[in-house]
Write a protein that binds this ligand. Structure first.
Ligand code: GTP
Ligand code: MG
Length: 313
């Protein structure tokens, strides 16, 4: 990717002090600067706009921004991990588990199990790697450490250790939520934490509550879009699994079939790599339907939520 000898310190307009500020602000490599906007650098590093442009151009010129061969991508995909749901049929549906380097969005009605899946991922990412960290951005105050303890035991992990490796932040409004997502980079770069899963539960609740009425829809979508891009960048740059939960609303214009629709529209749908529709099935089961997936067939599976985790029916 980046040419070996060229680093942030070699960029035009970057002295030792600016280089340090850049690193503090999470700009640790040429890629992070090449894909940022001048405004972002002006705001976070305090350089002038002209300098910011020079830095961005310098970063862009000194790395291969463009095309990779299919073989390169195959090699990169070899670094992708899959986090198991603990449930065979659910894992199979997802091609082996929840992929790192991708966003998986799960939408469904209340009680369909979206938050439970989030808790399961926070625990199960630690099964193969005791240093793995899960970040849980909680917007509805539904994170439950007691539940993590049960799930840890179910997965054969030490609950104290599991809890220590989950970083929870309560988001009080949509701006706060967006800021917390940005702060995940600090955990990775400054605290050197091995963040494997980032959970945002719920992605859309604050946005939905704060932007009411048609007039504010464009503004909401714009902010949501920015948030999604931040999350995409985290997934992509740091090979994390990003898991988002999303509510549904009834579509007044659908009379046949399922009238539910995810909040957030195209902005959320397009940025998500995988989309799962969760619903309640017969006899307390849950049904997960894979809707959008780049390389997997659409399909369904059933599971139950048990004390120790998700299990096959
Ligand atoms: P909203 O956030 O309200 O939209 O719902 P959700 O989709 O997040 O639902 P959630 O994940 O909270 O699922 C709730 C369901 O999970 C319950 O109806 C229970 O069936 C199950 N569940 C929740 N907590 C536990 C638990 O501690 N043990 C077990 N065995 N099941 C649980
Ligand atoms: Mg929930």
């Amino acid at each position: 990717m980046a040419k070996e000898e060229y680093t942030i310190n070699d960029l035009p307009g970057v002295g030792a002090a600016t280089a340090e500020k850049l690193r503090d602000a999470g700009f640790v490599n040429l890629m992070s600067i090449a894909v940022s906007s001048p405004g972002e650098l002006v705001e976070t590093v305090g350089v002038t706009e002209a300098t910011a442009r020079k830095m961005i151009n310098g970063a862009r010129q000194n790395m291969d921004m463009g095309f990779e061969t299919g073989a390169d991508i195959l090699e990169r995909r070899a670094t992708i991990n899959k986090i198991s749901t603990g449930c065979k049929s659910f894992d199979e549906l997802m091609g082996g588990g929840f992929e790192t380097g991708a966003i998986t969005e799960c939408f469904g009605e209340f009680g369909s199990g979206k938050t439970q899946v989030g808790h399961v991922l926070a625990v199960n990412c630690q099964v193969d790697d005791p240093d793995a960290i899960a970040v849980y951005i909680d917007t509805e105050n539904t994170f439950r450490p007691e539940r993590i303890i049960e799930l840890s035991k179910g997965a054969g992990l030490d609950p104290d250790h599991t809890l220590r490796n989950i970083k929870v932040a309560r988001a009080y409004n949509s701006d706060h939520q967006m800021l917390l997502a940005e702060k995940v980079e600090d955990l990775i770069n400054q605290e050197a934490l091995k963040v494997r899963v980032i959970i945002v539960d719920s992605l859309t609740a604050h946005f939905r509550a704060e932007f009411i009425g048609r007039g504010t829809l464009a503004e909401r979508q714009q902010k949501l879009n920015k948030h999604m891009h931040m999350l995409l960048k985290l997934a992509d740059t740091y090979n994390c699994t990003v898991y988002l939960t999303n509510q549904v609303m009834a579509r007044p214009d659908v009379f046949f079939g399922d009238p539910t629709q995810a909040i957030g529209g195209h902005v959320v749908a397009h940025a998500s790599t995988f989309r799962i529709y969760l619903r309640k099935g017969k006899k307390g089961t849950r049904v997960a339907k894979l809707i959008d997936a780049p390389n997997l067939p659409d399909g369904e599976c059933s599971f139950v939520v048990e004390a120790g985790g998700l299990r096959d029916v």
